[in-house]
Design a protein around this ligand. Structure first.
Ligand code: SAH
Length: 374
């Protein structure tokens, strides 16, 4: 039985877990044993953690548990992509997506129920914002996905199930840097040797451009950064990504170059959604190249994924290829993201979940009134 009164061990960083076991009168190495069971072996039952003394297991079970979000539904795309709807609590749902490829398996996780940023081309924005996910709910997605996929692929051999999820991207619902307090510990657990042990190249955090938090992030982690740029000038970007009115492009790029320097030459990836007739002209590609010139930046072009009620259309393939070539000719590395899982609304920008409470959120100077969807 899960009980909110018990401490959730999932989501506690190593030091916090050491303090927790110390309070129970145990040695710090017990914390490392627990971490091994939780993250490496995917064990949720304290009773099954057989190298812990029986008394300690009994004592721990009284006050602690491993509690993950619950699965509401799972959908399976014809291309192998899977999408899970998870429940945060009785009325709130959020989503995660697994994208299998030949050489890797990428899990796209959410950081908030809904989103407050109101980007005009994103379906999550239409859902409004309800709340931040906790650290346990963020890492719990990875824990659950590994378990689910191991059952599916029947590969959970004695050595564990480590090879299934090779990459994690915080590109699901929400703005990760608007939930800084819970996201940073989650990212640390993803990369910690005693956690999911993913290398920093395999964990990517995507942001719409919360500039002060990018500077803060540079002090706290070395996670790979993806930045949703989507336009080469402030007028258009403010229309597509309203946070641009608060943090315009020049400020955002300064923060990105700072992040790269702080993280020893790491490159930042810029995401650029391809919207037909809006931001996809060769002249806009040239303007984008001029902005990024001289910096180790890469551009990832994302074909727009439509959703009901949107006023945008995806750029034709020829326009996307031309845009990419304009960038490459000017020395900017550019790739085109392959669309996956769109038949089950699992592609970028199609994650919707379900937000029920009406909430009005203040972000900077702007008050966002949030729509209600049942
Ligand atoms: N809030 C974060 C994570 C969002 S999702 C951010 O803004 O970066 C990850 C990427 O998908 C972002 O670049 C986002 O702008 C993009 N995206 C959103 N809606 C989309 C859509 N309908 N089609 C294609 N990409 C979309």
């Amino acid at each position: 039985m899960t009980s909110p009164a018990k401490t959730n061990l999932l989501g506690l960083q190593r030091a916090a877990l050491e303090t927790f076991v110390a309070q129970l009168g145990s040695k710090p190495f017990r914390a490392r044993q627990l971490l091994n069971w939780i993250y490496k072996r995917g064990e949720a039952s304290i009773a099954n953690m057989t190298d812990l003394a029986k008394d300690f297991r009994a004592q721990l079970s009284e006050c602690a548990q491993i509690r993950t979000p619950e699965i509401v539904t799972m959908q399976h795309s014809s291309d192998g992509t899977r999408k899970w709807k998870l429940s945060a609590d009785s009325s709130q749902a959020f989503e995660m997506v697994f994208i299998p490829e030949k050489e890797r398996g990428t899990l796209c996780i959410s950081s908030q129920v809904g989103c407050m940023l109101d980007c005009s081309f994103c379906s999550t924005a239409q859902q409004g914002f309800n709340r931040n996910l906790t650290t346990a709910e963020i890492v719990g997605q990875v824990w659950l996905a590994k378990k689910e996929l191991a059952n599916f692929y029947e590969t959970r051999a004695a050595g564990g199930n480590d090879r299934i999820v090779t990459n994690v991207v915080l590109m699901g619902m929400g703005e990760p840097l608007a939930n800084f307090r819970n996201v940073v510990p989650a990212v640390r657990i993803l990369m910690d040797d005693y956690g999911f042990d993913l290398s920093r190249r395999r964990v990517t955090l995507s942001t719409s451009g919360l500039v002060p938090q990018i500077y803060k992030l540079a002090e706290e982690t070395n996670v790979a950064l993806a930045v949703s740029l989507h336009a080469p000038d402030d007028e258009l970007r403010s229309e597509l990504v309203p946070i641009n009115r608060k943090h315009p492009i020049a400020e955002l790029l300064d923060a990105c170059w700072h992040y790269i320097d702080e993280q020893n030459g790491r490159s930042v990836t810029f995401e650029y959604v391809m919207l037909d007739g809006v931001n996809d002209s060769p002249a806009q590609a040239r303007a984008l190249a001029a902005l990024l010139k001289g910096h180790p930046a890469k551009v990832n072009l994302i074909p727009f994924n439509p959703f009901p009620g949107t006023r945008y259309q995806r750029s034709p393939q020829a326009a996307i290829l031309k845009f990419r070539d304009e960038l490459i000719q000017r020395g900017v590395l550019a790739t085109i993201r392959r669309t996956r899982g769109d038949d089950i609304d699992a592609a970028c920008g199609q994650l919707a979940g379900k937000v029920i409470d009406r909430t009005t959120v203040r972000l900077g100077n702007k008050t966002f009134g949030v729509a209600v969807q049942q």
